[in-house]
Design a protein around this ligand. Structure first.
Ligand SMILES: [Zn+2]
Length: 119
């Protein structure tokens, strides 16, 4: 019974971390990088202005895609918590190390499978 209580409190820690991260992504909205680039561009020539502008937009889009991916992974992780399958590797079915879950609570695979993917 003690082990079950311990497991539940760990799940709660991860759930809080997931909800917090989700809130951060949703409130950020990916607008800040664009604003910073506009202030920067006023000090540069026309050519540099355009190149820099495009680059900043590209970075902003990339950031947004990453956020969207993390957001989806967070939703999946929250769903797995509800189903009671959280913390199990999607690929090999082994438990994911607690330290890894603390670092990346929305991860789907264990470190071994992640390294096999090479990404
Ligand atoms: Zn695995």
């Amino acid at each position: 019974m003690d082990a079950q209580i311990h497991k539940d409190s760990l799940l709660q820690v991860h759930k809080d971390a997931l909800l917090k991260k989700r809130g951060e992504i949703l409130s950020a909205g990916g607008i800040k990088p664009l604003q910073a680039s506009m202030e920067n561009n006023t000090r540069q020539g026309d050519m540099a202005d355009q190149a820099s502008g495009n680059n900043e937009v590209h970075i902003a889009l990339k950031l947004k895609q990453t956020d969207a991916k993390i957001l989806q992974a967070i939703e999946e992780a929250l769903w797995r918590i509800e189903k009671g399958t959280y913390g199990v590797c999607r690929d090999c079915g082994e438990p994911i190390a607690e330290a890894r879950l603390r670092a990346i609570p929305w991860t789907r695979v264990c470190i071994t499978c992640k390294e096999k993917q090479g990404s």
